[in-house]
Design a protein around this ligand. Structure first.
Ligand code: SF4
Length: 286
C-alpha cells in the first residue's frame, strides 16, 4: 500500500472515530442513551420508622414507562423455614418520577425478618402501580436482602433531596396578553375607544355603558361567597392560567387556594366558563 493510501486510511479512521465519539456524547447529553438503555433500579435505604420500618428508593426509565408507582410488597419464600411463605404489602402516595419512601410496614415485617431460618429463604421485592398495572419484581437470597438493609447508608429524605425533580413551574403564573390598547384620553375616561382593534368594539361599548373596567364580557363585577371544584377535573391548567391567586392545579386535581380572594367574581366566572369539563362551581355573595 502506498504512503498516500496509508495517510488517507489514517484520516478516515480518525474522522470515523471522532464521529462515533461525538454521537455517544450527544446521546448522553440529550438523554437518548438513557431512553434506550436506562434500567429500573431499587436501593434499600436506612429507615427512620423503627423496627417495622422499611425504606427504599426506585428509579426507572420514565420516558419509556410513564407510570405512577404506589405499592410495595416483600415476599419471603422459604421451604426450609417456618413459616414457609410470608408477605407484607404497603400502599403509599403515587409517585411519577424517581422516588424514595420510608414506610411503616406493620408488625408483619418484623415477623418476616425474624422468621425461623430466614437466611435460607428467598425474598422478592415487588414495586407496582395499581393504576397502570405495572409490576417490577426483584428476587434475591434472603441473606442478600438482609445485608442490603444492614449496609444502607442514606435515608429516604436524603435520596429525595438528591434526585427528586424540583418543579420548574412557578406557583403563580402570569397571565399573558397579546393585545395592548392605546391609553384612554384623560378627559373622557368612561368612553372606551379601541380604534386599532375593532374586534373589541362591542365589548368595550358594553363595558363603557356599565361603567367599570372589569373583564369577562363587561358584566358588573360581584363577590363570590364560595368556590369549589367538583370531581372530574382533567388538570388542564386553564383555570390557574386565568386566576392563579384562586386556583391551584395539582397532580391529580385542582384545588382552591386557602384564603383565596373571592372579591373578583367575574374572573372566577371566566375561569369556570373556560373549564372544559365544567367542574368549577361558585355561589355569589349576598
Ligand atoms: S379548568 Fe377545570 S379541568 Fe382544567 S384544571 Fe381547572 S378545574 Fe380542572
Amino acid at each position: 500500500m502506498s504512503t498516500t493510501s496509508l495517510i488517507a486510511l489514517g484520516i478516515a479512521t480518525l474522522v470515523t472515530f471522532k464521529l462515533l465519539f461525538g454521537l455517544v456524547v450527544l446521546s448522553f447529553l440529550t438523554g437518548t442513551f438513557y431512553f434506550l438503555f436506562g434500567k429500573k433500579k431499587y436501593e434499600l435505604l436506612k429507615t427512620q420508622n423503627g423496627e417495622n420500618g422499611f425504606a427504599f428508593s426506585f428509579r426507572w426509565n420514565q420516558a419509556q414507562e410513564p407510570a405512577r408507582f404506589d405499592k410495595v410488597q416483600i415476599r419471603l419464600y422459604n421451604p426450609f423455614g417456618q413459616p414457609t411463605q410470608m408477605e407484607v404489602t404497603k400502599q403509599f402516595d403515587p409517585q411519577g418520577s424517581d422516588f424514595a419512601v420510608d414506610l411503616d410496614m406493620g408488625p408483619g415485617y418484623k415477623a418476616l425478618l425474624g422468621s425461623k431460618d430466614f437466611d435460607k429463604g428467598r425474598v422478592t421485592l415487588t414495586i407496582s402501580s395499581s393504576r397502570d398495572q405495572i409490576f417490577h419484581a426483584f428476587e434475591m437470597k434472603a441473606t442478600q436482602f438482609k445485608s442490603q438493609l444492614e449496609d444502607a447508608k442514606r435515608t429516604a429524605k436524603e435520596f429525595n433531596e438528591a434526585y427528586t425533580e424540583k418543579p420548574s413551574r412557578p406557583i403563580y403564573a402570569t397571565v399573558s396578553r397579546s393585545f395592548i390598547s392605546d391609553p384612554l384620553p384623560e378627559a373622557d375616561k368612561k368612553v372606551l375607544k379601541i380604534a386599532s382593534n375593532p374586534i373589541f368594539a362591542e365589548m368595550a361599548e358594553s363595558m363603557a355603558k356599565s361603567g367599570d373596567g372589569a373583564t369577562s364580557g363587561g358584566g358588573e363585577n360581584f363577590a363570590a361567597s364560595k368556590v369549589w371544584i367538583e370531581p372530574g377535573c382533567i388538570v388542564c391548567n386553564a383555570c390557574e392560567d386565568i386566576y392563579p391567586e384562586v386556583f391551584d392545579v395539582q397532580d391529580e386535581t385542582c384545588v382552591i387556594r386557602p384564603g383565596a380572594p373571592l372579591d373578583n367574581g367575574l374572573r372566577i366566572q371566566e375561569a369556570a366558563e373556560a373549564c372544559p369539563v365544567e367542574v368549577i362551581k361558585f355561589t355569589k355573595a349576598g
